[in-house]
Structure formats: structure tokens, C-alpha cells
Design a protein around this ligand. Structure first.
Ligand code: GDP
Length: 444
């Protein structure tokens, strides 16, 4: 996961403060020294680190923080606020032109993920905002670039505008906007040429495209894995083109986090989106406050809830809750539940968004193995309908048959049935507990 080592270092620093009844100025200074080192090690720009630490110190030592009832928590809150501020404060949304189409120029170095992100953004605009995007192939130099965009367009069923590689990119961009107007498409996403390094010819061309198309957005795509380099690239592009936003890709990898934490402070350009994988739906709006909470181990419950809202069938969830309460939960429900959760994304990613999860020692290194989940599914699918509904019927000869049918072992079948039994028992107890509390007026 991105930020993993930064997150665990900050969290262990704050664990020392959290429980304290009293926090002295010296405690804060000591904690800030650790924060400073952790940020530097995460490849955050040194000047950004210095300013950050000074601001936190000033706020944490000043005011009434040290005298408050929970000074440790207060210091953490100050760090959380300042981390959020560092990444831009609030969410920076994508521009919308009141005279469509909205023109978005996508720029970046080769390999940063520009073409992929252009496809993802089109997919996002159509799916989440009901827009009609047009993809425009303006990288006429890299032989496969036009083809790559066409493949993405085909896969997404989103139109791609191209004029081969003999027309100038400026001309292509101009014609594309005309085309979008005629076709009543409301977003034009221009995939420009990338280079291995910044050079004058590239910048000249991008400036020309900018002058002709008057884009509402110029988004720079940078690879989060490149740390400080990403920030330097952003600074150069910003000087030449005046960027309106940054898309940070590969945040699903194990980037140390430096780019995410420095880009806004160094260039003044906000991060608008984060790339979280290679698939076309792996693009998320960037929320500084949520990212800060994730780094500090407070979880990202909002994103989790959003994922759940998008992907989970509400009716099914309600029915499931009713069954759980009445301890009517069967293996069929279990299978259904697993399918629902899997729709939300890789399990280890979901776990990371839960508050405190990344601190649970045992869980941290657990690689959730999709193969193991597949085996559980296979076991359940090898049960008969009656067995799924009444697991207590599954005696040893049935267990043998199920293991054989699913290509697993009897031990695995036993383990699953035991876990399932325990879960049902727990649900019963929980229902009893909440019912009691309700009677007492403890829960609303
Ligand atoms: P371009 O040269 O900037 O247009 O880069 P591409 O769009 O061709 O992407 C380069 C590589 O990065 C491809 O293999 C992409 O699949 C991969 N990539 C892009 N965005 C992400 C991301 O957010 N996460 C991961 N893991 N890979 C990405």
C-alpha cells in the first residue's frame, strides 16, 4: 500500500502521545523530531517538511492544546489538519465549462500513465457524472499511442478522434473540438505526446495546443512512485504551461508518499485525481482530508462507504441484516455476501481503509489471498441446497464428499464449517446484546 512506512512511523509516534494525560512541550518537540524524520524518509521535499513541522509545533504548543483534557489527541488533530492543508485542504474538482465542450489537456512524461489516465477519466466522467466525453489522439510520435487510445476507446465504448500521424497535433486538437461540438459531446480529453524528458520542442507544441484550444483544464499526469522527481517534473510543466491540476498515478503501489505530500506545496497546483490501478475504473477523486486520515491510521471510512454505496445492492444488504439478526444466515447468504464484498475491490485494499486496521500487527502483513477465497467458494458450491441452508446436517461422510467435489481437503471443509458456526453464534450473542441495550435505551 502507498504510504505504508510513513503511516506506521507516524502512528507509532502518536501512540506514545495518545494515551498521555499530560503532554509537555518537550513531548511535542520530541514527537515532531520523529515526524520530521518520517516525512524526510518518505521523500517529502525538505522545505515542505520544515514549514510543516514549524506550523504544527506552533499550533500544538500554543493555544490551549497542552492544557486540554486530551492533549495527545489534540496534537494528532493538529497534524491531521496540517497534513490535509498540505495536500490542498478541500477537494479540487474538475472544471466544467458553461459553453461545452469542456476541454481538458492531458500532459506528462512517457510512462507516467497519461494515456491510461485519459481513458480512466473519460470513463469516470461518463459513469459518475453522466457526461459524453471524446478522446483525442494527439500523440503522433509514439507509433503505438494512437492505437492504444483506440483500444481503450473501444473497450469503454467511448468515441476516439484521430487523424493519423501525418497531421500536426495542433490541427488535430482544433478539429476534435469542432467534431465534439457537432456531435454534442461535452468533454474533450486531449492525449498529448509524452517524452522521456522535458524538452523545448515538446513544451513548444503543448503551448501551441494550449493557445489554440484554450483548455479549461491542463492536467499533468505524474507517477507517484518517482517521489521527488514527480515534484520537479510538476514544477517544470507548471512554469511553462500553468497547470490547473495534477493526477497522481500508481498510488496503489508502494510509493513512499513524498509526491502526494509535496506537489501542492511546491507548485501550488492541487492534486485532482489519484490512479489506483491499471484497470479503467481505478481512478478516484483526490480528497486531502481522507488521505490524511489514511496516513494517520484513522481509516478512510468515507471512501469505504462510497464504495459500498456504489457497488452493494441495498435491498440485499437489508435482507442480510434481517437474517443475521434472526440467526437465519446460511451458506448461500455467505456466498452472496462474499460476492458483494469482492465487487468493492481487493480485500486488502478495503482492510486498509478501516480505522486502526493497518495497526493490527497480525493483519498488517497478511496478504489476502484471492486463491484461498476461491477455495472457500468452491467448498460452498459443492454443498447441496439443503446443506447450504442447514449446515448442521453436514456429517463426516458429507464432508468427505464436499472436499472431493471441490478439490479441497476435509480439513479445509471442517475449518470453514467451524468458522461459519462460530460466526452464527456470535451473531446470536450480538443480537441478544443489542436487544438488551435497546430495551435499556442504550442504542437508538
Ligand atoms: P503514458 O506513456 O504516460 O501514456 O503511460 P501509459 O498510460 O501507457 O501507462 C504506462 C504504464 O503504467 C501502463 O502499464 C499502465 O497500465 C500503468 N499505469 C497507469 N496508471 C496506473 C496506476 O494508477 N496504477 C498502476 N499500478 N499502474 C498504472
Amino acid at each position: 500500500m502507498a504510504f505504508e512506512s510513513l503511516a506506521s512511523r507516524l502512528q507509532s509516534t502518536f501512540d506514545k502521545l495518545r494515551g498521555k494525560g499530560k503532554v509537555s512541550e518537550e513531548d511535542v518537540t520530541k514527537a515532531m523530531r520523529e515526524v520530521r524524520l518520517a516525512l524526510l524518509e518518505a521523500d517529502v521535499n525538505f522545505k515542505v517538511v520544515k514549514d510543516f513541522v514549524n506550523r504544527v509545533k506552533e499550533r500544538a504548543i500554543g493555544q490551549d492544546v497542552l492544557k486540554s483534557l486530551t492533549p495527545g489527541q489534540h496534537v494528532i488533530k493538529v497534524v491531521n489538519d496540517e497534513l490535509t492543508e498540505l495536500m490542498g485542504g478541500g477537494q479540487s474538482k474538475l472544471a466544467v465549462s458553461n459553453r461545452p465542450p469542456t476541454v481538458v489537456m492531458m500532459v506528462g512524461l512517457q510512462g507516467a500513465g497519461k494515456t491510461t489516465t485519459t481513458g480512466k477519466l473519460a470513463n469516470y466522467l461518463r459513469g459518475k457524472q453522466n457526461r459524453k466525453p471524446l478522446l483525442v489522439a494527439c500523440d503522433v510520435y509514439r507509433p503505438a499511442a494512437i492505437k492504444q487510445l483506440q483500444v481503450l476507446g473501444n473497450q469503454l465504448d467511448i468515441p476516439v478522434f484521430e487523424m493519423g500521424n501525418q497531421t500536426s497535433p495542433v490541427e488535430i486538437a482544433r478539429a476534435a473540438i469542432e467534431h465534439a461540438k457537432e456531435q454534442h459531446l461535452d468533454y474533450v480529453l486531449i492525449d498529448t505526446a509524452g517524452r522521456l524528458h522535458i524538452d523545448e520542442a515538446l513544451m513548444g507544441e503543448l503551448q501551441e495546443i494550449k493557445a489554440i484550444t484554450k483548455p479549461n483544464e491542463i492536467l499533468l499526469v505524474v507517477d507517484a512512485m518517482t517521489g521527488q522527481d514527480a515534484v520537479n517534473v510538476a514544477e517544470s510543466f507548471n512554469n511553462q504551461l500553468e497547470l490547473t491540476g495534477v493526477v497522481l498515478t500508481k498510488l496503489d503501489g508502494d510509493t513512499k508518499g513524498g509526491a502526494a505530500l509535496s506537489v501542492k506545496a511546491v507548485t501550488g497546483t492541487p492534486i485532482k485525481f489519484a490512479g489506483m490501478g491499471e484497470k479503467m475504473d481505478a481512478l478516484e477523486p483526490f480528497y486531502p482530508e481522507r488521505m490524511a486520515s489514511r496516513i494517520l491510521g484513522m481509516g478512510d471510512v468515507l471512501t469505504l462507504i462510497e464504495k459500498a454505496q456504489v457497488d452493494v445492492d441495498v435491498e440485499k444488504a437489508k435482507e442480510l441484516e434481517r437474517k443475521m439478526r434472526n440467526a437465519e444466515f446460511t451458506f448461500e447468504d455467505f456466498l452472496e455476501q462474499m460476492a458483494q464484498v469482492r465487487k468493492m475491490g481487493p480485500l486488502d485494499e478495503l482492510l486498509n481503509m478501516m480505522p486502526g486496521m493497518n495497526k493490527m500487527k497480525g493483519l498488517k502483513d497478511v496478504k489476502i489471498d484471492d486463491g484461498a477465497i476461491g477455495r472457500v467458494e468452491a467448498i460452498i458450491r459443492s454443498m447441496t441446497i439443503v446443506e447450504k441452508q442447514q449446515p448442521e446436517l453436514i456429517n463426516s461422510s458429507r464432508r468427505k464428499r464436499i472436499a472431493k467435489g471441490s478439490g479441497t481437503t476435509i480439513q479445509e471443509v471442517n475449518r470453514l464449517i467451524k468458522q461459519f458456526d462460530d460466526m452464527r453464534k456470535m451473531m446470536k450473542q450480538f443480537t441478544k446484546m443489542t436487544d438488551k441495550a435497546k430495551k435499556k435505551g442504550g442504542f437508538k
